[in-house]
Write a protein that binds this ligand. Sequence first.
Ligand code: GDP
Length: 657
Amino acid sequence: MTSRIRNLGILAHVDAGKTTVTENMLFLSGAIRSPGNVDKGTSLSDGLAVERRRGISVRATTLSFAWNDVRINLIDTPGHIDFQAEVERSLRILDCAILVVSAVEGIQAQTVSIWDALAAMHIPVMLFVNKLDRMGANSTGVVDDLKRRFSADVIQINQPASEGEPDAGIADLDADGLATLTESVAAQDDALLERFLNDEPLTSADLEATIAACTAHRTLFPTLCGVAKNNIGVEELLAKVVAYFPDARTEGSQADEKQPVSGVVFKIDHDAKLGRIAGVRMYAGRLRNRDTVRNITANRDEKITQIKRSSVNRYEDTGILEAGDIGFVCGMPEARIGDILGDDGPVPGHYRLGEPLLSVQVIPDDEADHTRLTEALQQLSSEDPHLNFTWFADERELHVKIMGAIQTEILTEILATRFAVYARFSDPTVIYMETPISSGCGVESYTMPKPCWAIVKYLIEPGEPGSDVVYSSAVGVNDIRAKYQREIASSIHDALSQGIKGWEVTDLKITLVEGSDHVLHSRPGNFKLATNIALLKGLTETDTRLLEPILSFRIEAPESFVGMITADIVNARGLFDPVEIDAGQVTLSGRIPLATSMHLPARLNSLTRGTARFSFLYARHEPCPPGEGVIRAYKGISPLDRSKYILKMRGAITEAV
Ligand code: GDP
């Protein structure tokens, strides 16, 4: 039985060597017989065929292995920007992270956004400067850059030997390196600093203890180097993962079975034999086979059948899952990512890196597969709520939300391999929103044909950007009883899911200013119907403006391309921050609408023949300039088509299926 746990994430800009580091750790621990070879497409942690084909990891894998007496739960995270949702989920359960940086390319665009995300979540970080063997490797330059751009508290733990040569290796720090390390570490601790200033010797045990304490608090960031490809420096890295990162097990939890259970579902896997398995990170208490636990998100009890651990290519029975650990749980057929089991107190707040900004229509190759495709998408959307599968019955259209174009490739493959459904995807459309331009009122008197009675009048006012929907009622319960007021409050969100331009309405204030129910005639559902009509009527009065998603970008490229790149960005309605130029490399940053920049990554690649490095991250929604944006027809029967809508809501018109 292992006594300590590290929930470790390995993160990197694509190609820095994250998969190779992972494979070598598994090899060193004895979990695999030989390190897989990423280039030959046999890497074990890259599960999907599309990942093997493209040589990128798109789905986070979770693998556990033992190193000495420590269990390391390795959460491999995808580096590709399309999969920020996966990165986000992985970060949520990490306690510590290794950020891999190439000794040749150094800090790349994605390295920066990962660093920022780890900082925002207060996750302890070590850095691994990889690829010392490549021509042009310059680990000293990279470490200087890390100190300058990330943190002055980056410290070097070992150093390269024969850097830039095929037989490059690593060495202990030389006298200068050790002096620098000692000084940086002593500066973190008053007692050590005093001894250092008095020229008393500091033992390596003194230094190690302080480095560990400071790493846990993110006041030091140890950096090691190596050649992952030749398994050089990876063992040293593992030793420091154990030595410097804090234990995930909360104190006393092992003994205390009575502590209430607290865990979160971070992943849903499918296994040919076991069916649906939920990856759970435990924060408190203990779960065993056959326990019943409350799923407080879904508001139901879950009966756990088996608890397992994910090791290379298979699940092992453990029968128990304790605080601090990560396990895979069978017996929760409807669990979704993000569900909280037991007490939500100890679960850290959700940190969002990105919501999907694109919508695509999914079209079956064979119309006869329509129902099976619907079922498959429903299933996938239940596992990943971000997909937000929507079925527009009147139009017979299936829509999902995605992060980027590569995701459609992954989905095509999952549909084919897991569900044997063949489908294609339309070109993605940007997801716009709309917001009222002025104040106005929306009124509806729904009193015919009886039995029904719901009279409402809403004041609609523009809200601050980012304020979302703020609803309040100025009507007393004498006019509209409490149960109908509750019905109104809970139907506002749905009523605003499509505005007069076809998009979700946001950043507005809605006040119920007048209204009445009827003791005899009012029925449940009447106020929902009246609210839907009144709000849309109100929006035609206030009129709305489209809001479009704006990305912040960062592009690094050789200076010679600056003219072409700038022209492209200006064409795409982009705005620039001041340009940075350093040693022939230019760094451009700024903001750009998603709608005009969807093809920019591919274009940058071809324009600069692959030498540009870039990242695009969602910043916010901003008003669309006049003439830009897309107005969508209302999906389904519009509440503005009042009589038809009322008939439909009363069930007189059944939607085409
Ligand atoms: P990931 O995208 O970050 O997971 O990176 P991979 O582990 O897939 O590595 C990307 C490429 O770099 C592959 O072709 C690896 O063989 C190569 N690579 C990884 N580590 C090293 C290294 O230490 N030296 C050299 N020269 N190549 C490496």
